[in-house]
Every structure is written in structure tokens, then in C-alpha cells.
Design a protein around this ligand. Sequence first.
Ligand code: NDP
Length: 252
Amino acid sequence: MTEISKKTINGKTVLITGASRGIGKSLAEIFAKEGYHLVMLCHNSLDRMWEDAGKLSREYNVNVSCYATDVSDSAEVARLFRDLDSHHVTIDILINNAGISYVGLLQDMTDEDWDEVIRTNLSGAFYTTRAVLPSMIARKEGRILNISSVWGNVGASTEVAYSASKGGLNAFTRALAKEVAPSGISVNAIACGYIDTAMNSHLSYEEKESLFNEIPSGRPGTPDEVAEFVYQIATSSKYLTGQVIRFDGGWI
Ligand code: NDP
């Protein structure tokens, strides 16, 4: 009974990019559990994401739409929002989570490598945010959360493009927060440390162990821990805005 009334009261919609696995998948689960309708985006894993989406929809009685949308492509993002508009879907919370890493020396990066990282991790957030803002501003209501990285704060050797993209996302967060706070919209970023997902699968067992020894908490964070924290930020006072909050086990 309590569950049903909570969902009736809520009925809000969250759009999560990169929802097919890792942190995005955990985000979808926690928001569905709390009665939010979902718009889930991925790039190439639509079939797998559909399966997860079906389970969430059935288990938590929420609407879930799935799209394979390349967030680095402005035209694809515009097409997605035209489709959402045509179905009268309004986004209450946007979570820019899709991201890719590139590990290697800067001098070996091609223009294409560089562009792909910047367009996915930074321009993607611009394209989706630009699309949700008019409706949020008109309603004076909205939350934008950007999943960033501690490398955006301090930089990482062999991850220069990634660090630059996340540093840009941090600055995007702070600047946009100032621009849209008068319209009742909060914008924050979570700068994650090492989170146990496929993004780190290139590391050897020994490399992982040595990293865990550097982290005061002695272990990686889990996608569920990130999702729970993001949920707390998304549902806290909108007076919390313009922040880049580290979530890294005390690492950096
Ligand atoms: P994963 O590699 O597990 O998942 C990445 C997700 O992003 C997938 O759903 C993938 O979709 C999607 N994606 C990638 N490129 C695009 C694109 N062009 N268009 C749309 N979707 C895309 O990563 P994590 O869960 O680890 O990372 C999520 C976020 O957290 C990223 O922004 C990452 O930078 C950040 N982060 C992660 C850390 C970590 O240690 N894991 C640390 C700090 C930050 P598909 O399955 O279709 O490819």
C-alpha cells in the first residue's frame, strides 16, 4: 500500500545516459525502485538494456523507454528529444553518465581518438542538457547530474583527453549551475574515484591491487554505491548546486 502511494505521488521521469551497464545500470535500478519512470540510453547494447528495462518496469511498475542514441552525435540527440516530445515525455532529472576512457600517451592520440573522448564525455552532456533545459526552465523545476571523475580535478598520466573532458564537465557544471539557479534548476557533478565496472577491465590483477592499496578505503567503489549517492543528491535541497563532489573512498 505504501509503495503504491509513493509511486502515485512521484511519477517523475529520469533520463539516464549510459544505462546499459556499470554505474548507469545501477542508477536505473535505484530510480525505478523509488518509483521514477525511466528513459534509458546506450550506444550499442540496446538488446541487453531492453531486457533489464523490462525487468525494472515489471518489478517496480514504472514506464521505461530505451534508446540507442550516440550522445556524441548532436543530430541523434536532437532526434531522440523529438521522439520524446512526440510521446509527451517530460524529463525531471537528467543524468549525464555515458562516458568512455582512452588510455595511452597523448603524443600517440589521433584527432579521431581525441574527438571521440571529448564529444562523448563533454559535448554529449551539452547536447542532452540543451535539450532538457527549455522545459525545465518553463516549469522552474529540474535536476541535472553529471557523472565526472577525480581525474577531472587532478589529471591522470596517460589519460589526458579523459582528464580534460571531465575537467571540462566540472567547469560546465559550475557555470551552468549559476546560469540556471534563478530558474529553479540544480546542477551538480559527482567526481568518482575507482569504481568497479567494465571501464577498468583493461587493468591487470596486479595493477588493480596496487591501486586499491592507494585508496584509504582499501577497495573500489561499487556502481550501487555511486547510484545511491547520486539518488541522495538528486532528491536533496536544490540549494545544493554548482558542486563537484568527490566520491572516491578518500583516494584523491
Ligand atoms: P561502462 O564502460 O561500464 O559503461 C559506459 C556506458 O556509457 C555504457 O552504457 C555505454 O553504452 C555508454 N556509452 C558509451 N559511449 C556512448 C555514446 N557515445 N553514446 C551513448 N552511450 C554511450 O562505464 P562506467 O559505468 O564505469 O562509467 C559511467 C560514467 O562514470 C562514465 O562517464 C565514466 O567516465 C564515469 N566514471 C567511471 C569511473 C570508473 O572507475 N568506472 C571512475 C570515474 C568516472 P554501450 O553499452 O552501448 O556501449
